[in-house]
Write a protein that binds this ligand. Sequence first.
Ligand code: PEP
Ligand code: MG
Length: 316
Amino acid sequence: ERRAALAGSTGPGATADGHKVPLLANVGGPADVPAAVAAGAEGVGLFRTEFLFLDDSERAPSEEKQIAAYRQVLEAFPEGRVVVRVLDAGADKPLAFLTPADEPNPALGVRGLRTLLDHPDVLRTQLTALAKAAEGLPVHLEVMAPMVADRADARAFADACRAAGLRAKFGAMVEIPSAALRARSILREVEFLSLGTNDLAQYTFAADRQVGAVSRLQDPWQPALLDLVALSAEAARAEGKSCGVCGEAASDPLLACVLTGLGVTSLSMGAASLPYVRATLAKFTLAQCERAAAAARAADSAEEARSAAQGVLSGE
Ligand code: PEP
Ligand code: MG
């Protein structure tokens, strides 16, 4: 049955009535690229660059080493989009030479963009390496910052990108509820949003993503999380800009339809999930996805949201 569901699952992501939803891959480096290409990814929606930084506990990788790694990923999608996330260190991804050792709550401390703004040399090297890696390639390079909290963060990141001479779109990840609530003001500084639903759930529900005992609250079907997705997508639409999802939520085929119905413009996920999401999306029209999204948002729990969306999409 799975194979039948996947038959014809090739080509660009779209709903049954042809509303395009580019399906992109999450990668950690060049090693993940072949699987992404084989799964028919239309590009990369999240290149988690921190994996490049794990080899050496004392310093950042050299500009040359970074250029080589970035170039390999960019070359794999000649006409596509590649969204590179600058280093997201701290909290669940500590780096000895950058992350403060004495924070009582690392997830609420200096992490993500905050780390880079404290170490402008590391950010500058990374942005310069990206600019050089993209030189002469037709790829659409987009660069985004993790853990953007407000407009000042977005501006600081955009300023750093411009100072490095980067010819790319600059974006902000929405991983903190304040960023979703004030998405329009963040969009005054950057050209796109990308929802990191893993962290967004963690910060919305005050539920550590690494603590199994609170995993119920990490469920991306939680209506409060769907509300924040909707706010972000509506802000982007009002500004004529894009708003993708690159957290785990995008890899759940049914939820991918709901996210589309909420107005999300692209979905990025691990390569293995791509064919399932593509096949499911192709079964429903945008209007059906919108009805499923409204039903999910009207629910009071993750379980109810899931079954409400399922009910709408199976024609109950
Ligand atoms: C997220 O938080 O949803 C995300 C995509 O980033 P990461 O999982 O790498 O923190
Ligand atoms: Mg994150």
